[in-house]
Design a protein around this ligand. Sequence first.
Ligand SMILES: N[C@@H](CCC(=O)N[C@@H](CS)C(=O)NCC(=O)O)C(=O)O
Length: 199
Amino acid sequence: MTTQLAYFDFDGSRGLDCRLALALAGVAFEDDRVARADWPARKPTMPFGAMPVLTVDGKQLAQANAILVYVGRTNGLHPTDPWEAAQHEALMASVEDLRAKVPGKAATDDETRAAREAFAAGWLTAWAKTVEGAIEGPFVSGAAPQVVDVKLYVILRSLASGTYDHIPASFLDAYPKARGLFEAVDALPAIRGWFAPKA
Ligand SMILES: N[C@@H](CCC(=O)N[C@@H](CS)C(=O)NCC(=O)O)C(=O)O
């Protein structure tokens, strides 16, 4: 079986969701990092004209969450119980909501600050409370990490590292289970190994 994952050449967002899920699953894959300059030529070759795209034995699968569920189901990293699986998928969808809703950079920094502070106090706080309540600990379903934990890790990593100007890195301090999930995923050997400098 050959497996490739196509995404832009940076470790973040939906591409990192999928790379880390494959790493956690122990699946050897070609990490097809598409340069921005090559994107116009590659875009028409991707389903929905976007990435990430997983290619397994020549067949393409688009949409980050579909890729995660596939990787999870084929590697024992997604619940077999339909209700529990759907709960995990709801959490994964909520991360996509967050990515869509976080205000982008406005014309001025003051406007960006106002929009981001309002977002943090409103939508993001409600999201974090729901996520906090969904985590058994340290991972969503207890002791074993699954693909949902990887998805949450990637977005919590952005929040914890101050990626979004004017959303303070201390935002997570009010959510000990979410912070605990972030730290537990971050400490997993497969995740450490992925971030280790490659030879
Ligand atoms: N709903 C899709 C969104 C995919 C998406 O928007 N990918 C972005 C990168 S994160 C992309 O390919 N942007 C380039 C483009 O649309 O031309 C998913 O979850 O995978």
